[in-house]
Design a protein around this ligand. Structure first.
Ligand code: HEM
Length: 151
């Protein structure tokens, strides 16, 4: 699979998470309860319908690009990708579901804001891990290109 698809899927995943965080923060700081609930509903659908396939495509295409190599850089990318997936499925998706449900019922109690904090933290961790993988990927691509011009 082409590195372009891999890179594009990674960019889409990072932009989606950044958009979720931005929409969450701005709506909760500035908007009425109904808007917050709307943002939370959009994050579930169509938001996750974009994010989850983008992450799966990033991981699958990356694994395919890496099928002939076993360098520490690649192991690092694989380890970070596993953390991204675990964090997404075990923390971020359950948070998004609960926060959407609570905001739809206008339950903005301390439990809501505590979980909101957890979600923002976990989102920030995933964005950072994605950024580290992106940077490592650009280095891999540069190394591949300089090898190609040597031959
Ligand atoms: C299991 C996880 C991953 C593996 C094994 C992996 C592996 C690779 C490999 C082998 C390349 C070099 C491709 C080449 O130029 O020949 C690459 C490039 C790249 N990777 Fe990953 N990757 C993974 C996840 C990610 C993630 C999560 C991101 C970013 C969000 C990412 C971003 C990039 C970028 C930007 C490139 C450069 C593509 C180009 O322009 O040529 N990778 N990756």
């Amino acid at each position: 699979m082409s590195p372009m698809i891999h890179r594009g899927a990674g960019i889409l995943a990072m932009m989606t998470i950044a958009l979720f965080m931005l929409a969450t923060l701005t709506s909760e700081l500035l908007a009425p309860a109904q808007t917050i609930a709307q943002v939370k509903a959009w994050i579930l659908f169509p938001g996750l319908l974009v994010l989850i396939p983008a992450l799966a495509l990033t991981g699958a295409s990356g694994t395919r690009l890496a099928r002939h190599g076993r360098t520490p850089t690649l192991r690092g990318k694989q380890r970070r990708m596993a953390l991204i997936a675990a964090n997404g499925l075990l923390i971020l998706v359950p948070c998004a579901v609960l926060l959407a449900r609570w905001s739809a019922n206008a339950e903005f109690d301390s439990g809501f804001y505590l979980l909101q904090g957890v979600e923002l933290l976990a989102g920030g961790v995933n964005l950072t891990l994605l950024g580290l993988n992106f940077r490592a990927g650009l280095r891999l691509a540069a190394a591949r290109r300089s090898l190609a011009t040597e031959h």
